[in-house]
Design a protein around this ligand. Structure first.
Ligand code: ATP
Length: 305
């Protein structure tokens, strides 16, 4: 418990923190161009993809994709099966290194985002298949969302000290806060694996939010949950953006919920971005309609454009 608890106020110890305006640029494998928003003085996007291409053998999963996601936005990335959605999310979270292009997290430009330092760059993600510790309580699962902030060696030195106790108290308070915010307080002591699937998804959201990420990546957050759970979860996602100002990027097949929830939607088809705009525009975009009608999956055409 102490180990998972020892993290919070050690913002001081974070190796690198997200500090727009003051952050140094790191790890640009090649010299990064100054992005247009910086040159113009416009507010910088929280996430930017610049000409990102990725291929597997001869197969192009992403082709020259640009994407700007503004602070506080809920941005969905949709597209038919195999369009490149997961590839895009995996590039943003550093699991894949693009063949070409850059990913910008605030002021930091990367050819390959360093997965191990994702949290320190203010990014959290959830996974399509739940990645909870099923044998731990809801509370302990949420605490784990803070476990990245302190180095283990330092943490050992701290055990038993007043600082350690203070950090643990702060972590527990942060976990309680987000658990309450997501209406999970009644089941805080329950073993996560015993909860209905929709609630487990909510616990995963709580764990991703506890460190107050600037950017939250949601990988098919509504897959496998019931209709009413979907509505609840969507409301929680919206509340998280409203309360914490979290910028959210989600990939999702349920177009109905995407249309309701998103401020903007980017559409991929065969690895190319074919549209990007507010839901009303996407709904009537002919290239999008053609892309969806070109595949014979009912769940995708349901949204039907
Ligand atoms: N690790 C990999 N190795 C080889 N090919 C891959 C790999 N990951 C993705 N691909 C291929 O890249 C293309 C894009 O796949 P991706 O999973 O990104 O699409 P998607 O839009 O997320 O699809 P889905 O909706 O079915 O999950 C597909 O043709 C896929 O087969």
């Amino acid at each position: 418990m102490l180990l998972s608890g020892l993290t919070t106020s050690l913002d001081v110890l974070a190796l690198e923190t997200w500090a727009p305006g003051t952050a140094r640029q790191v790890l640009a494998a090649e010299p990064a161009n100054v992005p247009a928003h910086a040159a113009s003085g416009a507010r910088r996007p929280v996430l930017r993809l610049a000409s990102v291409s990725l291929s597997f053998g001869g197969l192009a999963a992403l082709r020259d994709v640009d994407l700007d996601v503004a602070e506080g936005e809920i941005r969905a990335v949709i597209g038919p099966n195999g369009a490149g959605k997961s590839s895009l999310l995996n590039v943003v979270s550093g699991l894949y290194r693009p063949d070409q292009g850059e990913v910008w997290l605030g002021d930091h430009a990367f050819r390959q985002v360093p997965t191990a330092r994702l949290a320190r760059h203010g990014v959290a993600r959830t996974f399509q298949n739940l990645a909870l510790f099923k044998g731990l309580s809801v509370f302990d699962n949420v605490l784990m969302g803070l476990a990245h902030r302190v180095r283990v060696g330092f943490l050992r030195q701290l055990v038993g000290t007043p600082l350690a106790r203070r950090i643990e108290a702060e972590n527990r308070a942060a976990a309680e806060q987000v658990i309450g915010f997501l209406h999970l307080a009644d089941m805080s002591d329950r073993i996560a694996g015993t909860l209905p699937y929709g609630l487990q998804k909510r616990v995963e959201l709580a764990r991703a939010l506890v460190a107050r990420p600037k950017l939250l990546l949601l990988d098919e957050p509504f897959a496998g949950v019931t209709l009413s759970e979907k509505q609840e979860l969507a409301q929680h996602v919206r509340n998280a953006r409203d309360r914490y100002g979290t910028t959210i990027v989600l990939i999702e097949h349920d177009i109905g919920i995407v249309m309701e929830l998103s401020d903007h939607i980017a559409v991929l088809d065969y690895g190319r971005k074919i549209a990007d705009g507010p839901p009303a525009e996407i709904r009537t975009n002919q290239a999008v309609i053609d892309a969806y009608l070109g595949v014979a999956h009912e769940d995708e055409t349901e949204l039907a454009i």
